[in-house]
Design a protein around this ligand. Structure first.
Ligand code: M6R
Length: 614
């Protein structure tokens, strides 16, 4: 939620800020703004997207070698010009951008109002700017110290950047609960700040991921990092491995389409080098390190949100089938607040593309307090979840920019498949022969995904044209394909704004069947594996009520072809691996319907990629 960028150095800041905001726009697009320091302070901000900000600044003075930029996902105050960041302090000397929520802003504001402060916006961020200035003036301290003292009074989450009109060589950044990366520029005294590394990678590969409760200050060309308790830290420099092409559209109309088509590679990358077909072993360090723990586990709890929660459901089926270990899958947002029973011999697996989702992080913190072992399955290297978990395995999907998660989901399912098999192997629940079969089939999956992509495009376009104007969709699946149905429905609603529901196929008769008439398209995931005959009966029940069936079937399945209105074929595979194939046409279906409805596919309304607020 919200993207922030900052620059200090010998170059002009504006181009980096705008390009950086465009790269971070997936984090929020309600408003955008920049501030530039060049003798005086210039602030430009507007409701709308970064492109609106670019129009606003056309012909204006955008010089300045210190600057900051913000793209907003509104929390406090409606998305308008005034609530857009940056915000100024009472005197206008301090300028701030913020990603996060200051939870105690109302009480802080009350005190500041009594002290004569006047506010122009409805935001919590403006309160922080005033608070810092108030402390600076009353305590007679410098800006850094005022920021530090102010942050000690703040409850909530923040990643902030601050510049000061009276300090033309100063840039301050701080984080708690919201991400922040510092790029070490090629020139002396040159530093970049951003919510993630995507704006920075074009300029430098050397970055420092800020830790919780740290404040960074660049002054007179020197970077200093301290905690809010005033303890000095030595910045640890990571080398970025991300490439520039990975964060550009590369000829595709949308990031989402590019990311859908990247799945043969992202699935392959997520399994590459993690198992050996020859000697039937796993090369996952986390499995080796926690072997004893895994052997003694009583239960696994999986937490996540949205698509990641759907991947967790697939994980539950996988782990219970192969490792015969009880698994509970929880919405992180519910888990964190419902006083759950967590034991020290539980393994809590957090699934998250961004690694920053506030609810998932809070669920992990709760699990940690209760002594559980924490395991992260995250995509963004250097993000918060991998840093607070004891162990984990990254999904190697590469940067996912489209707000709708696609390749991250299949990468998560790939990693969870390996985890399930690895845990099964450690606990002696799988034979060598079965492991060999699974490895053999897993190796085929990237090729089979490619086949689905190559073969289903025309069919999906035809179906999209026919149903692009309907009001509702139903998605049904059973077993491993129930989460696929949920994911298909989520994808459609979030980018095309068509109401869609996912259901276990057998649940249809307990309610949703009442919705079925000749206008209702029902997507049924019906491979010739698992509960084929049962799902076939469900299709007949839909047809008996004149519903329109779009069935995802195993190639060559003439039986379903003869009764369904449309079929999309996928290659045969192990029941447990069907989600990796069946998800692909559903992603494409949502994509094409959304494009045909003129929706903003990569930046759907009201959403943001990284949900760092509750
Ligand atoms: O970054 P995370 O995986 O933790 O994000 C969780 C959800 O916010 C995310 O999956 C969301 O549901 C996507 N927009 C779905 O496409």
């Amino acid at each position: 939620m919200c993207g922030i960028v900052g620059y200090i150095g010998p170059d002009q800041a504006y181009d980096f800020l705008i390009k950086g905001l465009q790269r971070l726009e997936y984090r929020g697009y309600d408003s955008a703004g920049v501030a530039l320091l060049d003798g005086g302070l210039k602030v430009y901000k507007t409701k709308g997207k970064v492109s609106d900000l670019v129009s606003l600044t056309e012909g204006k003075d955008t010089t300045g070698s210190i600057g900051m930029g913000h793209t907003r996902w509104a929390t406090h105050g409606e998305p308008n010009d005034i609530n857009a960041h940056p915000h100024l302090s009472q005197s206008g000397d301090l300028c701030i951008i913020h990603n996060g929520i200051i939870e105690n802003y109302a009480s802080l504001k009350e005190v500041l109002l009594e002290r004569g402060h006047e506010f122009v916006s409805d935001t919590d961020t403006e309160v922080l700017a005033h608070l810092i200035e108030d402390i600076r003036e009353n305590e007679e301290v410098d800006v850094f110290e005022a920021v530090r003292l102010a942050l000690n009074e703040v409850v909530g989450a923040y990643a902030i950047v601050i510049i000061s009109k009276n300090d033309p060589d100063l840039l301050i950044g701080a984080r708690k609960g919201s991400p922040m990366v510092i790029g070490h520029g090629k020139h002396e005294g040159e530093y970049y700040i951003a919510s993630d590394a995507t704006p920075i990678v074009e300029y430098t590969r050397e970055v420092t991921y800020m830790e919780e409760g740290e404040i960074a200050m660049v002054k007179d060309g020197q970077l200093t990092i301290k905690t809010i308790q005033n303890i000095e830290k030595t910045p640890y420099i990571h080398k970025l491995e991300m490439t520039l092409d990975a964060i550009e559209k590369g000829g595709y109309d949308h990031f989402m389409l590019k990311e859908i088509y990247e799945q043969p590679k992202s699935i392959y990358d997520s399994m590459r080098g993690r198992f050996s077909q020859e000697d039937l072993t796993f090369a996952m360090q986390s499995l080796r390190e926690y072997e004893t723990k895994i052997r003694n586990l009583k239960r696994i709890i999986i937490v996540g949100c949205g698509t990641s929660w759907h991947a967790g459901l697939v994980g539950e089926y996988l782990i219970e089938e192969f490792a015969r270990l009880p698994v509970e899958v929880e919405y992180a947002s519910e888990f964190r607040y419902r006083n759950p029973i967590i034991n020290s011999d539980d393994l809590v697996i957090a699934i998250s593309q961004s690694g920053e989702t506030a609810d998932t992080l809070a669920a992990l913190e709760l699990a940690k307090e209760n002594g559980a072992t924490l395991y992260g399955v995250c995509n963004v290297v250097g993000s918060s979840i991998p840093r607070i978990t004891h162990a984990g395995a990254h999904t190697h999907a590469g940067p996912e920019i489209g707000v709708a998660s696609t390749k991250a989901f299949t990468a998560q399912v790939t990693v969870l498949t390996l985890l399930a098999l690895g845990i099964a192997e450690i606990r002696g629940q799988i034979t060598k022969a079965r492991l060999r079969e699974m490895f053999t089939e897993l190796e085929q999956i990237p090729g089979k995904v490619q086949k689905v992509l190559d073969s289903c495009a025309d069919k999906v376009l035809e179906i999209s044209e026919k149903y692009m104007n309907v009001q509702n969709f139903l998605y049904l699946g059973r077993g491993y394909n129930f989460p696929v149905a949920l994911e298909g429905a989520l994808k459609l609603k979030e980018i095309s704004y068509i109401h869609a529901e996912g259901y276990p196929a057998a649940e249809m008769k307990h309610g949703p069947i009442a919705l079925i008439d000749e206008n209702m398209p029902v997507v049924v995931i019906a491979p010739k594996r698992g509960y084929y005959e049962k799902v076939f009966s469900n299709i007949q029940e839909i047809k008996a009520r004149k519903g329109q069936v779009i069935a995802v079937i195993t190639e060559g399945d003439e039986k379903i072809k003869s009764i369904a209105d449309h079929t999309i074929e996928i290659p045969d595979t192990e029941d447990a691996l069907v989600p990796l194939l069946a998800t692909i046409p559903l992603q494409l279906l949502s994509y094409h319907i959304a494009v045909m409805r003129n929706c903003n596919v990569d930046q759907p309304r009201n959403l943001a990629k990284s949900v760092t607020v509750e």
